[in-house]
Design a protein around this ligand. Structure first.
Ligand code: NAP
Length: 316
C-alpha cells in the first residue's frame, strides 16, 4: 500500500509508517500545490495531509479514477478538505481528535493570561531596553481569577479550557454550543452568542471552521462585548471576521485579543501586528513533540484500520 505523508513528521511516526507501508514523506513544510495534490490522489492509496493542503471539489474533480481511497488528516480540524466531494470521489476522510485537546487548551490559557496581563507588551518593553523598574501603576491589566469566561463551542477543547478556568482560576463558565452538554463542572448555557458576548470578561473561540461558523464572531459580537473584555481564538482564523476584530480593537470596543490562528494564515495584517494589546502566536496549539507524535500515530491507526478493511476509528 502506497502512503504519502505531506510534511516531515516526528521520527517515531516516520519510522512506523515506513515499517508498515510503502511510504513517501514529502521533505518540505509548505502546503501541497495543485500538481502535487493531483499526484497524491492519482499515485497513492492513502495520503496523510494536513492544514493548508486544500483538497477542494475542483481537486477531486481533476483526477478521474483516483487511486487514493483515504485522506487520513493529521489534525482534528479538517476544513481544508471538502469532505462531501471526497466521499463523492470514493475517498474516506479521518482526523485526529482527542490527541490535540489538552495542548490546545493550554495554548488557550497561555493566550488568556498573556492578553489579560499584557505579557507580550511587557516583554517587548523589556527587550527594547525601555524597562526602567517596577512601579505601582505600570502595565495594569485584567485580573483573571474569579472572572467570567465564555466558551464558544463546548466540545472537547472548549471543555478543556472551561475546566482549566473553573478549577484553576475559580472562574464562572458560560457557553454556547448547538446542543446542551452534561459537564463535570458548573457552567451555564447562554441563550445566544450576543448574550454570551455581553456577559463575559474573556470570550474563547473553540468551534470548528465551516460554512456555519464562517465569521461567526463579527462586528455584532464585538458591539455586544464589554470594553474591558478580551477575545481569544484558538480554533480557526476565519471563524473571526478579522477586519471587524481590527476595528473593535482600534476603537476600544474590546480591551485586547489573543490569537493563535488567522483568517488568511500565514498572513497576519500589519494592523494587528502594530497593536500592543494583541498577542499573536504562530498557530502553536499542538506544538509539543509528544502531541505531534500522538497525532501522527492516530493518523496511522486510521491507515492501519483502512488497510485491514476495518471501520476507521476516527471517521469524519
Ligand atoms: P469538537 O469536540 O467537535 O467541538 C466543537 C464544538 O463546537 C462542539 O461542541 C459543537 O457543538 C460546537 N459547534 C459547532 N458548530 C457550532 C456553532 N455553529 N455554534 C456553536 N457551537 C458550535 O472539536 P474540538 O476537538 O474541540 O476542536 C475544535 C476546533 O479547534 C477544531 O475543529 C480545530 O479547527 C481547532 N483546533 C485548533 C488547534 C490549534 O492549533 N490552534 C488545535 C486543535 C484544534 P455540538 O457539540 O453541540 O455539536
Amino acid at each position: 500500500m502506497r502512503l504519502l505523508i505531506t510534511r516531515p513528521m516526528p521520527q517515531a511516526v516516520v519510522d512506523r509508517a515506513k515499517t508498515a507501508f510503502d511510504t513517501e514523506v514529502r521533505g518540505v513544510n509548505t502546503p501541497l500545490d495543485k500538481d502535487e495534490m493531483h499526484r497524491a490522489l492519482a499515485d497513492f492509496d492513502v495520503v496523510i495531509p494536513t492544514l493548508g493542503d486544500v483538497f477542494d471539489a475542483d481537486t477531486f474533480g481533476a483526477v478521474a479514477n483516483p487511486r487514493c481511497r483515504l485522506l487520513a488528516n493529521f489534525g482534528v480540524g479538517y476544513n481544508h478538505i471538502d469532505v462531501d466531494a471526497a466521499y463523492a470521489a470514493g475517498i474516506q476522510v479521518s482526523n485526529t481528535p482527542g490527541a490535540v485537546t489538552d495542548a490546545t487548551a493550554d495554548i488557550g490559557m497561555t493566550l488568556i493570561l498573556m492578553s489579560a496581563r499584557r505579557a507580550g507588551e511587557g516583554e517587548r518593553l523589556l527587550r527594547a531596553g525601555n524597562w526602567h523598574g517596577w512601579h505601582p501603576t505600570q502595565l495594569l491589566g485584567l485580573h483573571i481569577t474569579g472572572k467570567t469566561v465564555g466558551i464558544v463551542g463546548m466540545g472537547r477543547i472548549g471543555q478543556a479550557v472551561a475546566r482549566r478556568c473553573h478549577f484553576g482560576f475559580d472562574m464562572t463558565v458560560r457557553y454556547v454550543s448547538r446542543t446542551p452538554k452534561t459537564l463535570t463542572f458548573p457552567a451555564e448555557r447562554a441563550g445566544d452568542l450576543a448574550d454570551l458576548a455581553a456577559s463575559v470578561d474573556v470570550l474563547v473561540v473553540c468551534v470548528p471552521a465551516g460554512p456555519e461558523t464562517h465569521h461567526l464572531i463579527d462586528a455584532n459580537v464585538f458591539t455586544a462585548m464589554r470594553p474591558t473584555a478580551h477575545l481569544i481564538n484558538i480554533a480557526r482564523g476565519d471563524v473571526v471576521e478579522e477586519a471587524a476584530l481590527i476595528g473593535a480593537l482600534q476603537t476600544g470596543q474590546i480591551a485586547g485579543a489573543g490569537l493563535d490562528v488567522y483568517e488568511f494564515e500565514p498572513d497576519v495584517p500589519a494592523a494587528l501586528r502594530m497593536m500592543q494589546q494583541v498577542t499573536l502566536l504562530p498557530h502553536l496549539g499542538t506544538n509539543a513533540l509528544e502531541v505531534r507524535t500522538a497525532m501522527g500515530h492516530m493518523a496511522l491507526d486510521n491507515v492501519a484500520a483502512f488497510e485491514a478493511g476495518q471501520d476507521l476509528p476516527n471517521h469524519v
